[in-house]
Design a protein. Structure first.
Length: 219
């Protein structure tokens, strides 16, 4: 970047320190959103009571993983996501009629029809926005102190900061951006862990689900 590294960012008020901490936060947010990092993947449980259909999202909720599902302790198949807002409106206005429960994220809540029973728990994974680790205390969403650390790769953060800062200053950043993209691809590949080698042809599609994921009983 052609400048001496500052001794502090958050306790300094000079323009370079202010620019650098703003770029660092922008970089951290972009890296966190670019991939469903296993380190940020968090399991959450909703506890049913037989009447509640609307559940608040976790306080550190950022987003669902790309392949997201809600699983009930009462079924061996995931709940069905609403196709769209019109589908959900139809359920709201005309009453719930279906083989499996339906869910949607709306107005900052997870809404489920029908209400989970008192003996039922709903579990799902989400991506946390708590990407910063302080020297003490709980993880948080933003850098606020000089001794904060990025929970993901700090080398990746540094490479991203460099090309973004050079771009902001109207300097050539093509080589720096390439270096970041290579490092990013390597980190994403490592984050997935080892792969399972499957031999032969699968008997059913990977995403196949039962037509009626409930237990049938004689009446």
């Amino acid at each position: 970047m052609g400048k001496t590294a500052p001794s502090a960012l958050f306790s300094a008020g000079d323009p370079y320190a202010i620019e650098l901490r703003n770029v660092a936060q922008e970089s951290a947010d972009a890296i966190a959103k670019a991939h469903d990092w296993r380190l940020l993947t968090t399991l959450h449980t909703l506890t049913g009571d037989g009447s509640t259909e609307d559940f608040s999202l976790p306080s550190d909720y950022d987003r669902m993983p790309v392949k997201a599902a809600l699983w009930s302790t009462e079924d061996d198949q995931p709940l069905c996501p609403a196709r769209d807002l019109d589908h959900w409106m139809d359920l709201e206005l005309n009453g719930f009629v279906g083989a499996a429960d339906v869910w949607i994220i709306l107005t900052g809540q997870i809404k489920i029809k029908e209400a989970p029973a008192a003996t039922e728990s709903i579990k799902f994974f989400y991506q946390s926005n708590a990407i910063v680790a302080p020297l003490s205390g709980s993880n948080k969403a933003a850098f606020t102190a000089d001794d904060d650390t990025f929970r993901l790769s700090e080398r990746l953060l540094a490479l991203d900061v460099i090309w973004r800062w050079r771009s902001m200053k109207k300097l050539d950043y093509s080589e720096e951006m390439t270096n970041f993209e290579i490092a990013m691809a390597q980190e994403v590949n490592r984050d997935k862990g080892s792969r399972i080698l499957s031999m032969g042809r699968p008997r059913s599609p990977e995403d196949a689900a039962l037509a009626y994921p409930r237990t049938l009983s004689a009446s």
